[in-house]
Each structure stands twice: as C-alpha cells, then as structure tokens.
Design a protein around this ligand. Structure first.
Ligand code: ADP
Ligand code: MG
Length: 367
C-alpha cells in the first residue's frame, strides 16, 4: 500500500497565551511512500516527525493537505478505520494482561463483520508472536519481560490487525544499546517478511541509515532531503543534512574559492571549476582525508586514536568551525605523533561546498 502525503501542513496554536506565535510543526510535506518499503523519518527533536506520523495515523488532523492510502483519500477517516498499526517509544502494554491477552486485545475490540472468530484471533496472535519471536512468552505478564521483549509485544499487537501501514515512533529509544541494535535488525526483518509499508521515526541518524530503504531528513517542520540513505550521505543538498548524517560528524571549515582553487585558510586544497570566486563553507567527511607528507592541507596534530581497523586522527585548524577535526584513516598508516603538524590531501568526492549564507550546496567539478 503506497501512502501519499500531499502538501501536508500542521499548525499548532500558540501554547503561550501572551504571544500569538503559532508553531508550524509540519510545513508543506509532499512525498509518496512507496508500497512495501520502510521509510525513515529523521531529524532532531521537535522537527515534526511525530506530528507527521500522527497525521498519517489519523490521531491528528492536518491543518491543510491530504493523505492517501493507495488511491483512497483517508484525510477525514478516523484512526480505527485506516488500517494502521502504531508502536510508540513507551510500549504501553496492559500490565494486568498476559502477553497473549495484550496481543489479542485489538482483535477483540473489532466489531461486526471485521471481528474474526476466536480461532482466527488465536491463530493471528500466534503468527504475530512468532514473527517477533515471543511465542514462548505468551503466558507472562509485561512486568516479567525485558524492555526489548515488551517492545516486541507492542509490535506484535500492532501487526495482529494485519495493518495496511505500520507506523513506529522512536520504538527503540527506551532500549539499551545492545538491544537497540538487535531490535532494529528484527524490525527490518519483520518489515521485509510482511512487506507492510512502514514509517519509522527516529532522531538517531545511524538507526535511520541502517534500517531504511528511503530516509526523509526534516528540520523545523520542513523536509530537507529525501533519498536512499547512502545517496543522501554521499550527496547532501545542504549543510544541515551534511552535518546531521555521519559518525564521526563531517568536518566543517570556512574557506573560499579563488580563481579555480579551493582554499582552507591560506592553503589551496583542490583545483576545481564551475564556481565563482566567493567565500564558502566547506564540509569534509572524516574519511575524506589522505595522510600525505606533501599534501596541501596542514593542521595541528592533537592525538591519534587507534581503534582496530581504523585510526582517528584528531587535530585542530584555525579555519575549522568546530573545536577539533577528525580524520579517519586505515590504521596501517602510521602517523608520526612526535610532529606538531600533520598533512593531508583530500578526496574530492568527500569534499562538499556550501553557500556561506544560505548553506545550500554549491556543486563543482574537479579539474
Ligand atoms: P519530533 O517528533 O520531531 O520531536 P513533534 O512532531 O513532536 O517533533 O513536534 C514538532 C513541533 O510541534 C515542536 O515544536 C512541538 O513543540 C510542536 N508541537 C507538537 N505537538 C504540539 C501540540 N499538541 N501543541 C502545540 N505544539 C505542539
Ligand atoms: Mg517525536
């Protein structure tokens, strides 16, 4: 089931009675979520991810715009009639019910022709429990489960209705690091197995990158970029997106383009064409540096952290807009830590230019 968002906007009235500033939580969001795919909605806290999800679910009504499931306009349809499964950060299971009763609950609430027979309900509950691998725990109460297991029950409860669309709002945030990793693999597997169109909300870029077929990066209610995770990482359209994706984060410098040379400070680090002389903001991914004695870019060496396969060279540069810069190199390369200065050349496809004021990407060609 594809889901179409058409100029979706949500404006909240001011919470503060004295000021009249309303909050545009989601601003003119248009996107077609492809059938059977997992879309990651990604952005910092407050950027409108949950509001978007709630509008898809019907829990909140858009101020303007439309939502389609397939060809059906569902904008005015109630949550119960949309055929969605919802999972929140806090699993919100019924504490006095067993796992089985929790999973059965949404089916027992169905009325009329939608209500399955008792046997069908049990069959579906067991199928959903098997999918999320909790079928051995059916008689337990939620308090007898770990956080990860509770979240699986919540997912099973969302799946049991056989939803047309699965909506997950930061479902892993309450889990510890190891469970988070494991559960996100599980969600990916379940999504693939069931083929249910899924929207997954998170503020964690690594989570979104690892799990999503497509990511949507948002900032202050406005979509910044949509694409396959690797494509967005490899070609960010603005500085915000470049900074939001990647660990360690991208290194940012002030620099300038002068007569087909790209300068960081006084050093010309690349020969480029296609950009007029101007001051620019430069982003260089940590893996974009090559250790090179004769390289054009010098910085002040702070220290080297060797971590198995990779080494992280920590340095400072006057042109850097962050306190430190970090280059990730293969740990086979030995850095002379007795020296004060370390020199690099740069990989052009890891170097991005942005307009100094608008922060929009400036595209260049390498000479
Ligand atoms: P996210 O899920 O990305 O953290 P939200 O969608 O929850 O962001 O919120 C987006 C913006 O809308 C925030 O500025 C938030 O304060 C505001 N907001 C969310 N819900 C309401 C509400 N019910 N009333 C007023 N403002 C709200
Ligand atoms: Mg939220």
């Amino acid at each position: 089931m594809k889901v179409v968002l058409q100029n979706l906007t949500k404006i909240f009235p001011s919470r503060d009675k004295k000021s009249n500033t309303e909050v545009v939580a989601v601003n003119d969001f248009t996107f077609e979520i492809p059938d059977g795919k997992l879309v990651g909605l990604l952005g910092p806290s407050g950027c409108g991810k949950s509001t978007t999800l709630y509008m898809i679910s019907g829990l909140q009504k858009p101020s303007s715009g439309k939502i389609f499931f397939g060809d059906d306009d569902v904008t005015e349809l109630s949550t119960e009639n949309r055929g969605i499964g919802l999972v929140f950060q806090n699993y919100a299971l019924y504490p006095h019910m067993t796992v089985l009763q929790n999973i059965l609950f949404p089916l027992q609430n169905l009325k009329g022709a939608d209500r399955p027979t008792k046997e069908e309900m049990l069959e579906r509950a067991h199928y959903a429990a098997k999918l999320v691998q909790i079928d051995e725990l059916m008689e337990r109460k939620p308090s007898e489960l770990s956080g990860g297991q509770q979240q699986r029950v919540a997912i099973a409860r969302a799946l049991v209705k056989m939803p047309r669309v699965l909506l997950l709002d930061e479902p892993l945030s309450n889990l510890d690091a190891r469970l988070r990793l494991q559960t996100r693999e599980e969600i990916k597997r379940i999504q693939k197995e069931t083929g249910i169109t899924t929207v997954f909300v998170t503020h964690d870029q690594e989570e979104a990158m690892s799990i999503s077929d497509v990511i949507v990066v948002m900032k202050l209610g406005v979509v910044q970029q949509i694409g396959k995770p690797q494509d967005v990482y490899d070609s960010p359209e603005n500085l915000f997106v470049a900074k939001f994706l990647g660990t360690p984060p991208i290194n940012v410098f002030s620099g300038r383009v002068e007569n087909d040379k790209l300068f960081i400070g006084d050093e010309a680090v690349l020969d480029i064409t296609g950009v007029e002389n101007q001051e620019v903001t430069i982003g260089i991914r940590p893996e974009g540096f090559i250790l090179d004695e004769n390289g054009p870019f010098s910085c002040k060496l702070s220290n080297v952290e060797v971590m198995g396969r990779d080494a992280s060279v920590v340095a400072t540069s006057e042109a850097s807009l962050n306190p430190i810069l970090r280059a990730i190199i293969n740990s086979d390369n030995k850095v002379d830590t007795t020296k004060e200065t370390v020199r690099f050349s740069v990989k052009p496809h890891k170097v991005f230019l942005f307009n100094k004021d608008t922060e929009e990407r400036i595209y260049y060609e390498v000479k």
